[in-house]
Design a binder for this molecule. Structure first.
Ligand code: SF4
Length: 355
């Protein structure tokens, strides 16, 4: 039996029961693949269930507002993914009669859909002959074929895609892709469980006993340590939240106003708008307290917060700046009830701040 067949048999017997595998609905596969791009299965499942309950199909997602989709994305982070999904649904409603297309060119024309997502949805939903390449699949292939280059290089991506195409089970590409991803997630782990592996015979790394040396990885970049200083600016027991369109963090969601501090930060981290300058002028007189730590892909963040009850003079200059000096395309703002902070600022960081 060919190894591709052994892999499929193993998958049918051992796959985890996951809601997006229950049928071949391209919409649900699309949503799940986008959620899984930055999040592990166990962490994304509760959000997936709630999201699908509220937006069961393309039409319901296309009809939603950006704010609502962001609410349902809570906890998953990287909110631009949610906004792009909604944009994609609107595009499908307007151009494809709310149906997910079945060709690569058409699928790639959907806003926010890149080659990985297109290949995953088309192969799993329509059994189209495309091999997918995510982090798990790269690890399996690099070991199976004893791939000697650093797998994070762009040139390696191309070479690994070619290996994935060669290894694809062309009779059953959708299940094959899922089996490869599942093997990477369940067996060919960082420390691989080769004794349980259906493609052990034929795996070059196993035959050479070099599991610990593969895949070849580049050195991990060290994370940039920064401070995020959040301002609770209060007016009549309400607090100010803002939506920055062009800042380094929280571009797509409402957040508390904030400053970024750190050593040798890129200029793009600074806020040189009049609003940013106003925050800087308030900064030194405030009593900052630590609110915890947070780690994301490229940053180790120390969270700080401070509170300021605005007097009439402060309030007047603040609202004047927000109303007239910042073009509305740059920033949105509103006053909210403190108890609504977590829903208005849908980031796990909000949960660490004391409202
Ligand atoms: Fe991975 Fe081991 Fe299977 Fe090779 S034999 S693919 S190293 S789990």
């Amino acid at each position: 039996m060919a190894n591709q067949d052994k892999l499929l048999q193993w998958f049918y017997k051992n796959q985890r029961k996951l809601p997006f595998r229950e049928n071949k609905d391209p919409y649900k596969i699309w949503i799940s693949e986008v959620m899984l791009q930055q999040t592990r299965v166990a962490a994304m499942l509760p959000s997936y269930e709630k999201f699908i309950l509220r937006f069961p199909d393309i039409t319901s997602l296309a009809k939603s507002t950006e704010e609502e989709v962001i609410q349902y994305w809570k906890g998953l982070g990287y909110y631009s993914r949610a906004i792009n999904l909604r944009k994609g649904a609107v595009f499908l409603k307007e151009n494809f009669n709310s149906k997910f297309p079945d060709t690569l060119d058409e699928t790639l024309s959907i806003p926010g859909v890149g080659p990985y997502t297109a290949r995953a949805v088309l192969s799993i939903a329509y059994n189209k002959e495309f091999a997918v390449l995510d982090g798990n699949v790269k690890r399996v292939l690099a070991r199976y074929f004893l791939f000697k280059e650093n797998i994070s290089l762009p040139s390696s991506h191309k070479a690994l895609q070619e290996l994935a195409d060669t290894f694809l089970n062309s009779e059953n590409p959708g299940d094959h892709n899922q089996a490869m991803m599942e093997l990477g997630a369940m067996v060919c782990l960082q420390s691989p469980l080769c004794m349980l592996c259906p493609i052990q015979k034929g795996c070059l790394v196993f035959e050479n006993g070099k599991q610990s040396e593969f895949p070849v990885m580049g050195k991990e970049k060290t994370k940039l340590p920064i401070k995020l200083k959040f301002f609770f600016l209060e007016k009549d027991e309400r607090i100010l939240v803002v939506k920055y369109k062009h800042r380094r963090f929280f571009k797509t969601i409402f957040t508390l106003p904030f400053l970024i501090e750190g050593k040798k930060l890129p200029a793009s981290y600074e806020d040189n708008s009049d609003f940013g300058k106003l925050l800087q002028s308030m900064d030194e007189s405030l009593d900052w307290t630590k609110a915890g730590k947070h780690s994301i892909t490229h940053h180790d963040i120390e969270l700080q917060q401070a509170r300021l009850s605005l007097d009439n003079k402060n309030l007047e200059s603040l609202e004047k700046i927000l109303s007239s000096n910042i073009p509305s395309a740059e920033i949105e703002w509103k006053w909210i009830d403190g108890k609504d902070l977590k829903s208005e600022f849908p980031s796990s960081i909000a949960g660490k701040l004391q409202a």
